[in-house]
Design a binder for this molecule. Structure first.
Ligand SMILES: CC(C)(COP(=O)(O)OP(=O)(O)OC[C@H]1O[C@@H](n2cnc3c(N)ncnc32)[C@H](O)[C@@H]1OP(=O)(O)O)[C@@H](O)C(=O)NCCC(=O)NCCS
Length: 170
């Protein structure tokens, strides 16, 4: 398995494969309304796809992670992680690859190199705490606060409402 940047070329690139993968990954998730693949396309079209990495095995895309800018009062260069997807047959550590974890670690490391000061996400704390994310202080609409998680790359502690890029309004 390799992790690389997406190829955004409309003809020969990864756009369709990422759409299909994301759709399949979220298809049976009770919390999903099916918007995730459309969000990635909207972010790309609006120039807000800060970082899109794919996991590839034998030439097939089996995972993808998205980062885009977020607004938090008083904070500069913070980004949102998500959606993140692994193909159903490869999820939850199957084939001992832990593709989701590999994508998250690779993504956070590259984000730091882009001068990011921190990262937020909406997700299950049982999973994301292993990467250093924690909750408290940030809100996102009426989502329970423990699901609104953040990871600071410095000593800033974010507070208040998170606003995601326009692409999330699909
Ligand atoms: C969430 C997702 C990206 C994780 O990637 P993955 O490759 O399946 O998971 P990993 O191999 O990195 O990690 C496996 C571990 O995470 C746990 N885990 C995976 N997804 C989890 C979730 N949504 N909630 C809680 N735990 C989760 C597994 O139970 C396993 O636990 P263990 O290490 O204690 O045995 C992947 O399962 C996926 O695409 N899910 C559907 C889409 C989705 O929910 N995306 C995230 C939305 S916030």
């Amino acid at each position: 398995m390799i992790i690389r940047h997406e190829n955004p070329d409309k003809e020969s690139g990864d756009i369709d494969a990422i759409f299909a993968l994301t759709k399949a990954a979220f298809a049976n998730m009770p919390f999903s309304d099916g918007a995730e693949p459309h969000i990635i396309n909207a972010l790309r079209n609006h120039g807000d796809l800060t970082l899109s990495l794919v996991a590839e095995a034998d030439g097939i895309i089996i995972g993808q992670i998205t980062f885009s800018p977020v607004e938090i009062k008083g904070m500069k260069n913070w980004y949102g992680l998500g959606p993140v997807s692994v193909a159903p047959d490869w999820q939850r550590g199957q084939k001992e690859l832990n593709i989701g974890s590999a994508l998250i670690r690779a993504g956070l490391s590259r984000l730091k190199n882009l001068d990011a000061n921190g990262c937020v996400l909406i997700g299950n704390p049982d999973y994301y705490s292993r990467f250093g994310f924690r909750s408290g202080g940030l809100t996102y609409g009426d989502i329970p606060q423990e699901y609104v998680q953040w990871l600071s790359f410095g000593d800033h502690t974010p507070k208040g409402e998170v606003r995601y890029a326009k692409g999330f309004e699909v």
